[in-house]
Design a protein. Structure first.
Length: 427
């Protein structure tokens, strides 16, 4: 009984976070995503300039990485369960090193496409193994906060990486940017080599909750077996997409439709209304995500991931609707801040739901499947918003924002019912 109580509260017997290891994983991941972010603002100029291709080629090259990232995340998660988090995290960064080096090849759009596909594959492994490793290191009572802080390595890398990329381009042209994209993940590998993997074990109460969620009952003869003699747990391991990750993943994908709408159309919306400052509005939104995670990042742990996911999704939907209705820049800023505050907690809340439903031996596979929904939402968000905006003759950008808000609200409801069994067991 005492063990269960301490596992719930993160008491004295619960493992404390290995701060040095946490910082190491964070730093290595940040270096890798700085490299990915540095390339993004430079590639369009390279494709339309020296390569001489058009806007369609720009879109294909920029978006290609999402294809392999979507595929590599579940695979990387399963490998992280069998080969270790550190190994897969390091392999992913080495793949990103290769992707950066391929940018030097003079093969035009096909060469750039190959480089982006390789980087996407590495990105999937780095993200999945990194977030699973962070969960292992964090005590049970602070896992939601740890996931949120780790996500800042992704956001920070992509955001500040674009600034770094512009700086290297100004100093040495395209080759300087490609060199940074190759060397930065290599430094991440060197950082990762110094980290003690030091994974913490799942608390007994969490194992019981995960077993209850899967419908297992442990008795004198062990876990219930199916007709073929295989346990339900063994059947779960064979699933490419663990069912524990499906509903939280769908909720995440719907939330990221809102992100795709904001990223793709806030500039067009505000320009259409004569407001302008669309790029600055998006920057304020991104800053709100970062600041909110630092200020209220403990909410999923304190009030529970189910409530946190529901509230965050609704707040995100409200912010998106406010931006869609804005007829002045101050109102657009309010919407961007509100949306960022909501979105800051969506991923850590839903990820914590998955973590609490799964055992440690399948955590990597579940997180790999869950994070693949992130790419799915981002990949479909902007095209969906574009389809809505094109209805009625085109240029209907407010409708795109309202539709995105509706999907965010739907995702909030799905997130709310994603862990009813876990929430009841913990109450």
């Amino acid at each position: 009984m005492n063990v269960a109580r301490q596992a719930r509260t993160g008491g004295a017997r619960a493992p404390r976070p290995a701060l040095a290891s946490f910082l190491g994983v964070f730093s290595a991941t940040l270096l890798c995503f700085l490299a990915i972010g540095a390339v993004l603002p430079v590639l369009p100029r390279y494709v339309t300039g020296p390569i001489g291709a058009g806007d369609i080629a720009v879109g294909i090259v920029i978006g290609a990485f999402a294809i392999t990232a979507l595929v590599s995340r579940p695979l990387g998660g399963r490998l992280a369960d069998t080969r270790g988090r550190k190994a897969v995290h390091t392999w992913g960064m080495l793949v990103c090193v290769l992707g950066g080096a391929l940018l030097f090849l003079p093969f035009g759009v096909p060469g750039l496409l190959l480089a982006r596909l390789v980087v996407g594959f590495g990105d999937g492994w780095v993200f999945t193994a990194g977030v699973t490793w962070i969960v292992d290191l964090a005590p049970a009572a602070r896992r939601g906060q740890a996931i949120g802080v780790f996500g800042l390595a992704i956001w920070g890398g992509l955001t500040f990486g674009s600034v770094v990329g512009e700086g290297f381009y100004a100093l040495g042209g395209y080759d300087a940017v490609w060199a940074f994209a190759t060397v930065a993940p290599l430094f991440g590998v060197l950082v990762a080599r110094t980290i003690d993997e030091g994974t913490a074990h799942v608390q007994p109460v969490e194992e019981e909750l995960a077993a209850a969620e899967m419908g297992l009952r442990t008795g004198p003869q062990g876990p219930a077996a199916g007709a073929d003699g295989a346990s339900a747990a063994e059947h779960g391991r064979r699933r490419w997409i663990p069912r524990e990750a499906v509903r939280p993943g769908v909720a995440l994908a719907l939330a990221n439709v809102g992100y795709g709408t904001m990223a793709g159309f806030v500039v067009l919306l505000l320009d259409q209304r004569g407001i302008g400052h669309g790029a600055a509005t998006f920057t304020i939104f991104a800053g709100s995500v970062v600041l909110s995670r630092l200020v209220v990042g403990t909410l999923p742990d304190r009030i529970g991931p189910r409530r946190s996911a529901f509230g965050a999704g609704l707040v995100q939907a409200c912010g998106l609707a406010i931006v869609g209705a804005a007829h002045s820049w101050p109102v657009a800023i309010v919407g961007a801040v509100v949306m960022g505050a909501g979105m800051s907690l969506v991923f850590p809340s839903l990820a914590l739901i998955v973590v609490r439903r799964i055992g440690e031996d399948r955590r990597g596979a579940a997180m790999g499947a869950f994070t693949s929904f992130f790419d799915l939402g981002v990949g479909l968000g902007a095209p969906f918003a574009g389809l809505v905006a094109s209805l009625g003759g085109g240029g209907n950008y407010p409708a795109a924002f309202y539709a995105g808000a509706a999907l965010c609200a739907l995702g909030a409801c799905i997130g709310f019912v994603s862990s009813r069994g876990v929430a009841a067991a913990q109450a």
